[in-house]
Ligand binder design. Structure first.
Ligand SMILES: Cc1cc2nc3c(=O)[nH]c(=O)nc-3n(C[C@H](O)[C@H](O)[C@H](O)COP(=O)(O)OP(=O)(O)OC[C@H]3O[C@@H](n4cnc5c(N)ncnc54)[C@H](O)[C@@H]3O)c2cc1C
Length: 612
């Protein structure tokens, strides 16, 4: 047997598909005799031979699900089925992600909160149902996929391994290991792009080898979007015998070791392709809403009926194809004389997703400050106490705390609420490392997405993409503008449910008598504010200014020593965070000044978020 690896474009059911493929060369079908051919002819022969291998042998295909938990618009599934005698649809439950961590700040593993684990289990169940309707089923195994998949290739005599291309560094390392093992076994590997609409590698190539770093330049490069390839075949052939492979049943949370969850409030968004498709149709039913959608105008405090689609967790797990979503939007736009445009439209939102995927794929160390060429080096504080208060929703600012409780309970929050809490933790008030906040989001969000999360945290901390660090959201006035009665706050922070509306966003300013009547004494039942926003935000701006100046001075390459020296210099001006009473004593007048300087008017605040 003699193998070699090539990357090529194969004719699939869709002409638009770029497929990354390790082609097997068996000696019996070797193309070595084609030496005299031109390069193009060689490729042609190669593809012909490859088709011969796959069409005339009894192909066993392994379809490895990771993301892409769907049957619609799934090119890896189509390829697995093409001329196959048997298709083995596999998902590997990896304890690295799933094992409970009792020391974690909330239920879940060290990396994934329980809400997202539950969402995944629901998605797998739904996928299994879909496969059963086609005469197949989902084959579940438990362990490290880099050893399990190669074992299965041998055990099941697999000739073709199919899985969706994944751009994340963790996935790339994992997939490269598996590809290498498959290559050694002479197995053909098909890894099509279907998690994103566009091919990030292709966009980077069109941009001369580096990723476009502005949304506008990205949009100019992408060209026409490929269309979805339709539903899965109506019948997917499953063998009867699995040759002793250790298949497991779909576990419940309890089976995974998550007991004592009675107190937990779960996300109202269940996982699965069926739910994703229903939600897509519901979101697009009101065509006026679709054509008039402008992200910055949405109400981040709307929670009974959120102001956006809440399709992000379905896109994250691939229960919904981004191409399908995009195509459906385009159909609706084509039926309307006018419609909103990117970046604020719904189409624009999907393009933000594509933008961050492309930027992250082409940027080394995209998920950290150090060694990341597009990230400003800022002397953030390494203060776990502040981080804990923020994560637990105990900063004393009801708008921030309610949003953080929503994150913990629902695993989701509106985009502008994400803006508010991310700005507060970093450049707005607490000056804590953006990577720490990113980690909290990464663990708790049901839509947690490596490229989008890191990209947005860099944006919000003014570390990359966005540099107007003096534009700080006020934790006092932002929520109030949308929800003056504080319904959102009362729902997620029931301790404040009887606080009069006049004090709901600044309860420490309520006279003691009012606090008593509301059965909520500030400093006892609900915390005093952790900082005085008017002071903290000014200090943050000064620190950002100094960091930007150093960045300029060193032409974007300050050394670790430079950063350290700046950190020390700024220490004298450290934030006043220890004594919350200082903030409690701050006069309302000061707070008003703060909201007019950094809080700004509704109009101005909306303008700040104009980009999305
Ligand atoms: C600090 C921070 C962290 C974030 N982390 C994530 C994350 O881990 N995963 C995630 O999916 N989104 C993240 N976002 C982006 C955005 O907030 C969510 O995608 C959006 O709120 C999801 O709700 P939706 O599906 O109703 O969005 P809609 O407004 O209905 O948009 C439709 C889809 O477009 C995409 N989209 C929307 N906004 C953005 C954006 N700003 N950047 C990239 N894609 C976007 C999403 O896939 C979304 O589902 C983050 C934003 C911020 C400010």
């Amino acid at each position: 047997m003699n193998f070699s690896a090539v990357i090529t474009t194969l004719p699939l059911s869709s002409q638009h598909l770029r497929v990354y493929c390790y082609v097997v060369h068996d000696q019996s079908v070797s193309i070595s005799g084609a030496r005299a051919h031109t390069h193009r002819e060689k490729e042609h022969t190669q593809r012909k031979k490859e088709r011969e291998i796959f069409c005339f042998m009894d192909i066993h295909s392994l379809l490895w699900f990771r993301k892409g938990l769907r049957l619609h618009d799934n090119p890896a599934l189509h390829k697995a089925c093409e001329g196959a005698k048997y298709v083995y649809p596999v998902f590997v439950l990896d304890p690295w992600f799933l094992a409970p961590d009792l020391s974690a700040p909330s239920p879940g593993s060290s990396r994934v909160g329980v809400n997202r684990i539950r969402f995944l289990l629901q998605s797998l169940k739904d996928l299994d149902h879909g496969l059963q309707a086609r005469g197949s089923r989902l084959l579940l195994l438990k362990g490290d996929p880099t050893s399990i998949i190669p074992e299965l290739l041998k055990k099941w005599n697999i000739r073709r391994l199919c899985f969706e291309f994944d751009t994340e560094p963790y996935a790339q390392a994992r997939d490269n290991k598996v590809k290498e093992a498959a290559l050694k076994l002479g197995v053909g590997v098909f890894s099509p792009i279907s998690h994103t609409i566009f091919d990030p590698q292709e966009t980077i190539r069109k941009n001369g080898g580096t990723p476009p770093l502005t949304y506008q330049s990205f949009c100019k490069l992408i060209g026409k979007a490929p269309v979805p390839i339709g539903d899965a075949p109506s019948s997917i052939p499953l063998p009867e015998d699995f040759n002793g492979a250790k298949l497991v049943d779909l576990p419940s949370l309890n089976d995974l070791g998550y007991n004592n969850l009675e107190q937990e409030e779960y996300t109202p968004f269940p996982g699965g392709e069926s739910e994703a498709l229903t939600r897509l149709e519901q979101s697009l039913k009101d065509k006026n809403w679709v054509v008039e959608f402008e992200k910055p105008k949405g109400d981040p405090t709307a929670f009974i009926k959120p102001a956006t689609t809440v399709l992000s967790p379905y896109l994250k797990f691939g229960c919904l194809s981004a191409r399908l979503f995009y195509t459906r939007l385009k159909e609706i736009y084509s039926q309307s004389k006018t419609y909103t445009k990117p970046p604020v439209s719904l189409e624009g939102q999907l393009l933000w997703r594509e933008f961050f995927y492309t930027a992250s794929y082409g940027t080394p160390n995209f998920d950290r400050m150090t060694g990341n060429p597009i990230c400003k080096q800022i002397p953030w504080k390494d203060d776990d106490h502040l981080l804990d208060l923020w994560r637990e929703g105990r900063t004393g600012f009801p708008w921030i705390d309610a949003a953080m409780v929503q994150l913990r309970k629902w695993g989701w929050m509106h985009h502008l609420a994400r803006h508010a809490v991310a700005c507060f933790l970093t450049r707005g008030d607490l000056f804590v490392y953006w990577e720490k906040g990113r980690d909290v989001f990464d663990r708790l969000l049901i839509d947690s997405d490596w490229a989008i999360n890191n990209g947005n945290w860099m944006w919000l901390s003014a570390s990359s993409f966005f540099y107007q660090y003096h534009r700080i959201y006020s934790p006092l006035t932002f929520g109030k503008k949308y929800d003056p009665q504080g319904k959102f706050v009362r729902h997620f922070l029931p301790v404040l449910k009887d606080m009069p509306s006049a004090y709901i966003y600044e309860p420490w300013t309520a006279p003691l008598e009012v606090q008593r009547k509301a059965r909520c004494i500030i400093g006892r039942d609900y915390p005093k504010p952790v900082v005085d926003h008017s002071v903290a935000s000014k200090q943050c701006m000064e620190m950002m200014k100094a960091a930007y100046a150093l960045d300029k001075e060193t032409e974007g390459q300050p050394s670790l020593e430079d950063i350290d020296a700046l950190k020390k210099k700024l220490q004298g001006k450290q934030l006043q965070t220890k004594d919350a009473t200082a903030a409690g004593q701050t006069k309302r007048k000061n707070e008003k000044e703060s909201s007019s300087s950094s809080g700004r008017s509704t109009k101005q605040q909306r303008k700040m978020t104009d980009y999305k």
